[in-house]
Design a protein. Structure first.
Length: 193
């Protein structure tokens, strides 16, 4: 068990630090509350497990060996993150429309395929996986990422839900949503670094 401690620590700090999932879950928790954000939380935890697991099966090595494929992934990630930032910028919880809603489970799972932070942490985490078969590495990464990220997602969504108690007027909401949008916008540029 002790051979997994470095992996657990690395994954925790890699996923807990701000990135697209943290920003989106905090904003969703503030805007929609914890319960309505639950499918988003579960989708992120499941999707991160899938993404990290396939990294252990060799997709990570393929991405590192194919710069064109990596560039295409970065462009798709940046475009999707910018689109989400634009929607957060325009969001006005005080005037929410009937169609406003948090991510669905499937949307959250699919987002992990273009989430550059998840790919970066998963690729780096390979160095902490004990010498196992590719299937063993994939299973270890998937279990570590999903279980740890579930706790991380719950924390940030709860923080957002609690933060909503401070956002008592439209100006406070607008400032909060725009800060979240700007943070996502910055991350869309960091994809290329």
């Amino acid at each position: 068990m002790t051979e997994f401690l470095p992996l657990i620590g690395f994954v925790f700090f890699g996923l807990f630090s701000p990135g697209p999932n943290v920003i989106l879950l905090t904003a969703s928790g503030a805007r929609f509350g914890f319960q309505r954000t639950l499918p988003h939380i579960l989708g992120v935890a499941f999707g991160v497990g899938i993404t990290s697991g396939i990294t252990g099966l060799g997709v990570g090595a393929l991405l590192q060996a194919q710069p064109t494929l990596t560039l295409a992934l970065k462009i798709a990630a940046s475009a999707w993150i910018l689109w989400m930032a634009y929607n957060l910028w325009r969001a006005d919880p005080a005037k929410s429309k009937a169609r406003d809603r948090p991510f669905t489970f499937i949307e959250a799972v699919l987002f992990q395929w273009v989430n550059p932070k998840v790919w970066a942490v998963a690729l780096s985490a390979m160095a902490y996986v004990p010498a196992l078969s590719p299937t063993g590495q994939a299973a270890t990464l998937a279990a570590a990422f999903s279980s740890i990220n579930l706790g991380v997602c719950i924390f940030w969504t709860t923080a957002g839900a609690l933060l909503s108690y401070l956002l008592t007027n439209p100006t406070a909401w607008r400032i909060f949503m725009r800060i979240m949008a700007l943070a996502l916008g910055v991350f869309s540029v960091l994809v290329f670094l």
